[in-house]
Design a protein around this ligand. Sequence first.
Ligand SMILES: Nc1ncnc2c1ncn2[C@@H]1O[C@H](COP(=O)(O)OP(=O)(O)OP(=O)(O)O)[C@@H](O)[C@H]1O
Ligand SMILES: [Mg+2]
Length: 238
Amino acid sequence: MVADQRSMVQEVLAPPAISGRHLVKNYGPHRALAGVDIDVRRGEAVAIVGPSGSGKSTLLHVLAGIVPADAGEVCLAGSRIDELSEARRSELRRSEFGFVFQQGMLVDELTAEENVALPMLLGGTSRAEAMQAARYWLDRLGLAGRHRSMPGELSGGQAQRVAIARALAHRPTVVFADEPTGQLDSRTGAEIMDVLLEICAETNAAILVVTHDQELASRATRSIRIRDGRIESAVLTA
Ligand SMILES: Nc1ncnc2c1ncn2[C@@H]1O[C@H](COP(=O)(O)OP(=O)(O)OP(=O)(O)O)[C@@H](O)[C@H]1O
Ligand SMILES: [Mg+2]
C-alpha cells in the first residue's frame, strides 16, 4: 500500500475527533437538546444550521464541555471527556479546542499579536514561541501589517481574522465556531468562512461551524440541520 492510501485508511479507522452520543440538555422544563448523535472527523467541516433557539449553540457548548449534558456522552478522539473534572476539561479546552464567536471577543487592551498569543501563554508556552506563532498566523490571515494594532483600530473582518488566528495558533484538534460571520457583510463573511475552512483543512482540524447562511453552509463538507434540539437532516455538500 502506498503511503497516501495507508494514511487514508488510518484516517477512516481512527475514532472521530469529536463525537456526541444521545446528548440531552434541559433548561428547566425546556429541552434544548433532545438526543443528538454527532461525529466529526479530522479534516471535516460540519456546518450546523437551524432556526433561532433550535439548540445550535447548546450543542457546541455541550461538546466543548462548557455546559454539562443531562444525559449522553462526549468523546474526544475516542475517549470520554464529559466525565473529567472541570479542571481537566478546562485544560483540554485550552489545548485541544479552538473557539471563534460571533463577535471576536478580543481583549481591547492587548495588541492583535498579544491577543493571538494569550491562550498559548496561558497554556504555558514561552513568550518568544507564543509571539512567533502569533505573528505567523496573523500573516497567514492577511494581517502582516497589523501585528501591533489594537482591536479598536481594526475593521470587523480584520478583528474576526485575529480571532481565527487566536483559535488556530495552538493547532487544535477541534474548532468550534458559533456564527463567526454573523456580524459581517456577506462578502466579508464569505471571505472569513473560506479562510477558516481552508486553514482547518490544512491543519487537519475538525470544525463545527454554526451559520444562518445557507450559502456559507454549503461550503462545508457536511451540513446538519437542527430543529427543536434534534438533528432533522444531514446533507453531504462536498
Ligand atoms: N443558559 C440558558 N438558560 C436557559 N435557557 C437557555 C439557556 N441557553 C439556551 N437556552 C434555551 O435553549 C434553547 C436553545 O438555545 P440555543 O442558544 O442553543 O439556540 P441557537 O440555536 O443557538 O439559537 P440562535 O440561532 O438564536 O443563536 C433556546 O430555547 C434557549 O432559550
Ligand atoms: Mg446560538
